[in-house]
Structure formats: C-alpha cells, structure tokens
Design a protein around this ligand. Sequence first.
Ligand code: ATP
Length: 237
Amino acid sequence: MKTVLRVEQLSGGYSPKRAIIHDLDFEIKAGEMIGLIGVNGAGKSTTIKHILGLMTPHQGSIRINEKTLNDDVEQYRSGYTYVPETPILFEELTVEEHLRLTAMAYGVPEQQYLQQSEQLLERFHMVKKRKALTAHLSKGMKQKVMIMSALLAKPSLFIIDEPFLGLDPLAIRSLLQELMEVKQNGSAILMSSHILSTIEHYCDRFIMLDQGRIVAQGALEDMLEHANRQGHSVAHL
Ligand code: ATP
C-alpha cells in the first residue's frame, strides 16, 4: 500500500529554544487507521499541528504523498483534511447547506457534490437530518457533519483530533464504524485520543507519545506491554 504520511526525525515546539516533540518517526499507509495516543500534554496536538503545516519543525521532515510543504504547498495541503476536537460549524445553515458550502470551498464540481453528499448522508445515517439547522444537532451529529464535510474533499489523509470528547458510547461506536468505512475506501486516518479503550478495537496500529517522544509503536498488545512495563494502567491513557 502507498505511504500517505511519512514523518522523519521530527522535533519541534512553540519556541526555537524548547522542543515539545522529539525525534518522531512514523508512517501511515493508505487504508490504515492509526491511533495517536497519550495522556493530556503528551504532545498529540503539537504533532498534529506540525503535520497540518501550522508549525515549523526544528528539525526533521513531514511528507504527505511524498511532498513536503516546501516542495509544493498546494499539493501538500490538498492531501489532508482535518477535523478539530470541537466541531466548528456555520450554525445558521442546514446540514445540506453546510455540505454544499464546504464543497464549494473545496472546489468540488456540482455533479460530484450531489452524488457524494447523497452517499455521505446515507452512510452517516443523516438523511432525515438534511434540512435540520446544524445549531439544533447533538454534539455527535455535529461531529458527523464535520467529518462528512471533510470527506467531500476526498482526502488521502484524514486527521481527527480527539473526536469522542463529550459523546455518549453509542455515538462513539457509530462514528467509529463510519470511520472504518472511510478507511476501507482507501483514506489513511490519523486519530488522536487519550482514551485507548475507546479506539482499541478499531485502529490497525497505535503510536504512543509520552512527554513528546514515541514510547511505543505497533499493535494493541505492544501498548499494553509498554503500559505494564511502566506499571501504568492503560485506563489512565
Ligand atoms: P491534550 O490531550 O491535553 O490536548 P496533547 O497530548 O495534545 O494533550 P499538547 O497539547 O501537544 O498535548 O501539549 C504538549 C505540551 O505542549 C504541553 O506541555 C503543553 O503545555 C505545551 N503547549 C501546548 N500548546 C502550547 C502553546 N500554544 N504554547 C506553548 N506551549 C504549549
């Protein structure tokens, strides 16, 4: 499978003098869902901000579809879409209007938009909510609108920061099942979470951060083994 994201020897922080993340090395292939895990303050968001191109690394490189931000800004940025922790929606728009506006912003042709939005509304079980104002939706449904909007761009890399905060278990399960379909359609997913148990059965691999360093990388068993070795309960993740 094609490598979508390649992070090599990445260090960086909010000031040139103090690194927050150190020597990160990992890659994500098309069709993989990777859990970026770690306690609050471990460096998940800082890592994501570097991948989004919002922060300049102190050292190392980040490639999306083999291009760095310096090689080709447009191509780098069009390789990913990002869903932040808190849904940011135009609350005076309906779900359908929101999707249309996003499609226009991404430059999706009308015919493609019509076809894709129908598929997304069905896949995310939101057909009945198409005329609802986004302001009137539950947090789980708002998160779905954010994810559907992001998917209209057909990204090869889909980055989601802590998508489950404040959601009930049923909403979390439904969102995770929908994300499984996204990856089955060939997108790579990088999802950050500080609660391993929520995502443990869905991710293909995990990257565990602690104080800005990768302390474990691999399957669920590797995460549990690391936590055991450290005398932590994974429940604390
Ligand atoms: P959380 O789950 O709480 O968001 P996280 O794993 O995403 O945690 P980061 O937000 O990346 O962790 O924080 C890593 C470190 O960087 C912390 O010590 C934090 O205080 C520091 N930090 C985060 N944002 C800034 C900022 N804007 N300026 C300076 N330091 C920051």
